[in-house]
Write a protein that binds this ligand. Structure first.
Ligand code: HEC
Length: 273
């Protein structure tokens, strides 16, 4: 065999040896309808049942299994535990130090609904009450005027309110409550640029309007709980006690932007006259 033929043969063998790699590279770069061959199945493929499908495996013939009696979804626990319907001592609890005993329908209305319930009213009468046409109508006390007296408005409570306010309200209302949060600014920018993306956007209320200052505390509480006009409700995200803490903080914000000389300790007043 001549030297040239030998070199030629070695060349062909080397080229053939590279072929598997070329095929692997190709299959990695192209799409295929076939599933990849599995040497070890692990749990990649196993029998399963579709929702609503029948199954001979269970006595009732249903693939979907009903809830086991007595089980409670975790998210239900959060909502229900807020008010423990203990017959003896129903309590309003959350993770703050505030634990309130609800021992009358009047207290329930004030603490959980932010509403006034005159003593001796039946459930039907209470249910039939309608909010006043003007939310700040003092003639008709529908919402409690101030945070219920059982709740101790301490510095810690206000700080908790501030924290919750910054998380849940400031994106729209702004950290100082002027209605100029980041979401509001972005929406305004889009509207000014003529974009449809923010066409339905309504500017969040400025808390420092006279109208807002005059709202009863219970009205603000109700706004957080149920939302108002275009503002969504926050009852699922914010516990009852945290809602009151936010109300307290909104009041502090309003006071801070409308401070009077008399709010200062007497000794400091001279300096700012
Ligand atoms: C997604 C944006 C958004 C968030 C978040 C938001 N708000 Fe609002 N809020 C609005 C808008 C918009 C309005 C005005 C609604 C309207 O007039 O249609 C409003 C109105 C209000 C008003 C005035 C209601 C009235 O007329 O008496 C209060 C008080 C208020 N919000 C408090 C809060 C508090 C407290 C939070 C946090 C728990 C909060 N908002 C979170 C958008 C928001």
């Amino acid at each position: 065999m001549s030297k040239a033929v030998l070199i030629g043969l070695i060349g062909v063998v080397v080229m053939l040896g590279l072929l598997p790699f070329a095929l692997i590279a190709r299959s990695r770069a192209t799409k295929s309808e076939n599933t990849a061959p599995h040497l070890v199945l692990d749990m990649d493929k196993q029998p399963r049942l579709n929702p609503q499908a029948p199954s001979p495996m269970f006595a009732d013939g249903r693939a979907m299994r009903p809830q086991i009696a007595g089980t409670v979804a975790r998210e239900d626990l959060v909502a229900r535990n807020e008010i423990l319907n203990d017959v003896e001592k129903p309590r309003l609890v959350d993770d703050s130090a505030n634990v309130q005993t609800i021992d009358s329908p009047e207290k329930y209305a004030a603490l959980v609904l932010g509403r006034v319930r005159p003593a001796g009213m039946t459930d039907e009468q209470f249910g039939a009450m309608v909010p006043p046409a003007k939310p700040d109508d003092q003639e008709q006390m529908f919402y409690v005027k101030t945070i219920p007296a059982q709740i101790a408005v301490t510095m810690d409570f206000l700080k908790r309110g501030q924290e919750r306010f910054i998380i849940y309200c400031s994106p729209c209302h702004g950290q100082s409550g002027y209605g100029d949060g980041m979401v509001a600014r972005r929406a305004k920018g889009l509207q000014d640029a003529g974009s449809d993306a923010a066409s339905g956007w309504v500017t969040p209320k400025n808390y420092h309007d006279d109208e807002m200052r005059q709202r009863p505390d219970g009205h603000i509480f109700n706004t957080i709980t149920n939302g108002i006009r275009t503002m969504p409700p926050y009852d699922k995200q914010i516990t009852v006690m945290d809602r009151w803490a936010i109300v307290a903080y909104v009041r502090a914000l309003q006071r801070s932007q409308d401070a009077q000389l008399e709010d200062l300790p007497a000794a400091d007043r001279e300096k700012y006259k």
